[in-house]
Structure formats: C-alpha cells, structure tokens
Design a binder for this molecule. Structure first.
Ligand code: ADP
Ligand code: ZN
Length: 221
C-alpha cells in the first residue's frame, strides 16, 4: 500500500509515518529528512536546499523530484511506502505518479491530516526530535514529553529542535502550504483517493486516529 500524507507542517505526518512504518512494515520516505541528511553531509544538494529551507520556502521542484528519482528505486520491493512531505504541489504529484507507474505501482490513498493553523504553530515550536536517525521518535514538550528532559525515551539519544521550527519560519511554511495544498487536495479528490482526518494539537489523538483509519481502511478493502 503506497500512502501519500497531506497536511501542514507539524500536522503529524512524521508521527503517522513512524507508526505506519512500525506497525505495517511500510517504508518511510520523507523528503524533508532527505534534505536534512544532505545538509548534515554538506553536499552540493544540501547547500542548495538549505537556502530555501531556512526561509520556509519550498526547494525547487527540479531539485526535489530528481533527488527522489534517485532514491525511489531502492524501495521497489518494499511492502509499500508512506510519502511524507512529497508531493507538495500538482507538478510533484504528477511526477510521483510517473515514477510509481514505472515501477508498476500507484498511490493507493492520500491521507489528509487537517489541523487548524493555531494548533500547528503551537505544536511545532514545542516539537523535539530524536537525533538518532534510525529512531526518529517525535516528542512535544506539551503533549508528549520525554521522561527525562532532552533525552529520547526509546533509544537514549539527545533530542534536538529543527532549525526551521521557530515561529517566523513556521508562519511562512504555513503560508506556502496553504498556497499549494488546495490544488493538491483537489488533484487527489478527483482521483477519489482522499481520506480526510480532522486533527487537533494533541499528539495521542494522532496515533489513535491513525489506528482507527487503518482498521477502517483495511476492513473496507
Ligand atoms: P514540514 O512539513 O514540517 O514543514 P518537512 O521536513 O517535510 O517539514 O520539510 C521541511 C522543509 O524541506 C520544507 O519547508 C521545504 O523547504 C523542504 N521540503 C521538504 N519536502 C519538500 C518537497 N516535496 N518540495 C519542496 N521542498 C520540500
Ligand atoms: Zn530515539
């Protein structure tokens, strides 16, 4: 099952992805994580992407699509992929469709995490992420506190805050999101692939909703 996750920055895409990855044995492709990895490794691609990311702008489609094209093949035999943060616009959605088609696959469902902007801003500034890439657990200082301050409950690694998780950048990410998402949602609505989930700031509900959605989805298949 290939799942596209739609939803604003900090709407819970990462949490839902982690959950699907663990419980459904589905691979997780997050273009934002890919860019952050390139930045950490100080690659040319990373340098280009960073300029845009720091401003809360989208990295140009050409760069993003090419990066994904170079990596998607390794997931050919996966049990399915959850796409987190890609596509972000219609152009990317069409590119994804082509890539999957070449692998004899398709998007099975577009899970739309619909969360009010106030909740998003509130949640994102309080987000902390496990620095261990293989773990990647997501915390929230308000809703999902780690047992020990600054340390991951699961693997004991240090928790970090993303550089773009500050109010100014988030406000711009939200603006960009609203400009692009209407068209993207329409794209998947026309294909009858949209499944909308209404969420509020509490992270526990995200997990509950995902489990409920999965049970529902599987029993209706
Ligand atoms: P969030 O959804 O919380 O904003 P992401 O990790 O998905 O976080 O993205 C962080 C940044 O990486 C975005 O603001 C953007 O600059 C860049 N980025 C991620 N995915 C894409 C994409 N599909 N197209 C263009 N830019 C992207
Ligand atoms: Zn961890």
């Amino acid at each position: 099952m290939n799942i596209v996750l739609l939803g604003g920055p900090g709407s819970g895409k990462g949490t839902v992805s982690n959950l699907l990855e663990k419980t459904q044995n589905i691979a997780h492709i997050a273009t934002g994580d890919m860019f952050r990895e390139e930045i950490k490794n100080e690659t040319e691609l990373g340098k280009k992407a960073q300029e845009f990311m720091n401003k809360g702008m989208l990295v140009p489609d050409e760069i993003t699509i090419n990066m994904l094209k170079g990596k998607i093949n390794q997931y050919k035999n996966a049990n399915g992929v959850v796409f987190d943060g890609f596509p972000r616009n219609r152009n990317q959605a069409e590119a994804l469709e082509k890539m999957l088609e070449e692998m004899g696959q398709k998007v099975d469902v577009a899970l739309y995490l619909d969360m009010p902007d106030e909740d998003i801003i509130y949640r994102t500034v309080k987000r902390r992420i496990c620095s261990n890439k293989d773990c990647g657990e997501i915390y929230n200082l308000e809703f999902k506190k780690p047992k020990q301050e600054g340390i991951c409950d699961i693997c004991g690694s240090k928790l970090i805050q993303r550089k773009d998780d500050n109010e100014e950048t988030i406000t711009n990410r939200l603006k960009v999101y609203h400009e692009q998402s209407k068209d993207l949602i329409k794209y998947y609505e026309e294909k009858k692939l949209i499944y909308r989930v209404e969420l509020h700031a509490n992270i526990d509900i995200t997990e509950e909703m995902t489990k409920e959605w999965l049970a529902n989805y599987n029993s209706n298949r």
